[in-house]
Design a protein around this ligand. Structure first.
Ligand code: MN
Length: 345
């Protein structure tokens, strides 16, 4: 293909993907299977309304990966209406999904599935190591481990895929693209040069840069004392700084993994003085994180992990109070259940 033909082809195709590990690994698998020149439309993990950046015109081919259909439904309808063809792979909420002759939708919101695994399924497992890395990036550790063992990978290889998923995912966290170490499109193009993820980990300067950035940021976070701590959990407050915006989600996940029955909130100060909150519940069934967060404006998420976009500075202590009230009830309830169980036995 000549350069002008390549530019022409790229003008007709768009790859729209979440800039996190799952989005990157999903697109990479698809383009290994079906190479094509395309314009990339991507962003930080929180930039999910991506489809409206694609010009609605007839005859274009649009592939969408790992962004909620609900957040893109109007733009999707406009594209299809204009005559575009759309392939859509995702596992987020899709209550506004609809059928259309030019839309191919591969959607599954099972908690054990992510977009990289949906693409893996569509491709018959051809690039499974990348699907496993994507699954690790989306915190689907049990699924990723099971798939990796079924592939015959030893513990060292599994650890390498886990590190890759975590590291790619870390790069997508930030308020804006400026907070990220590497623009997700640049990272995708670097990644796409490698057929084997372990070679990318061993050889790519991009990986080294992210790995070092991750360690530095986490060291900053680990040095922080909690804002308030109790038996039910702890609340951390991170400053208005790029490192804090990059590591807050990972830090919250890490606290959650080590929890021992405790719940956590990580609040990161924003430029306007308000706080972005990430909450991890130790009791997702009895005390879902999203229920606490939905009590605040702009709050929502899932049972295990939820958040609030902007807790006002004046509302910080009320949020901390609400956190401890909400989770302390569960902690004492759990203790009572324990005691009555002992009495019965
Ligand atoms: Mn995902």
């Amino acid at each position: 293909m000549s350069t002008s033909e390549a530019i022409d082809a790229a003008a007709q195709a768009y790859d729209v993907f979440n800039g996190d590990a799952d989005g990157l690994c999903a697109l990479h698998q698809l383009r290994l299977a079906t190479p094509r020149e395309a314009r990339c439309v991507t962003g930080a993990k929180r930039d999910i309304a991506l489809l409206r950046r694609v010009p609605a015109k007839a005859g274009i081919d649009v592939t969408v990966l790992d962004v909620s259909l609900d957040a893109n439904a109007d733009a999707l309808a406009a594209l299809l209406e204009a005559g575009a063809r759309v392939e859509y792979y995702d596992h987020h909420s899709a209550r506004r999904a609809f059928a259309h002759a030019r839309l191919r939708l591969e959607w599954d919101d099972s908690p054990r599935v992510c977009t990289s695994l949906i693409v893996d399924r569509a491709l018959g497992g051809r690039y499974r190591p990348w699907a496993i890395a994507g699954a690790f990036g989306d915190n689907l550790d049990a699924t990723a481990h099971a798939l990796a063992r079924a592939e015959g990978f030893d513990e060292r290889a599994i650890e390498s895929l886990r590190t890759l998923g975590r590291t790619l995912n870390y790069n997508a966290y930030g308020e804006t693209i400026d907070d990220l170490h590497i623009h997700p499109e640049v990272l995708y193009r670097a990644l796409h040069a490698f057929a084997d993820p372990r070679d990318f980990v061993r050889e790519s300067p991009c990986f080294t840069r992210l790995d070092e950035g991750y360690r530095d940021d986490l060291a900053h976070a680990d040095a922080l004392a909690p804002y308030r701590s109790g038996t039910a959990g702890a609340v951390y407050v991170l400053p208005n700084a790029p490192w804090a915006r990059r590591i807050s989600g990972t830090f919250a996940n890490q606290l959650g993994d080590e929890r021992g029955g405790r719940s956590f909130a990580v609040l990161t100060e924003r430029a306007d003085g308000s706080f972005c909150a990430s909450v991890r519940s130790a009791h997702p069934e009895a005390r879902p994180a999203n229920t606490l967060c939905e009590g605040f404006e702009g709050g929502g998420g899932r049972r295990a992990a939820a958040g609030v976009n902007a807790v006002p500075a004046a509302g910080l202590d009320a949020f901390v109070e609400a956190f401890f009230n909400y989770f302390t009830t569960e902690a004492s309830g759990g203790a009572q259940t324990c005691r009555s169980a002992e009495v019965r036995s």
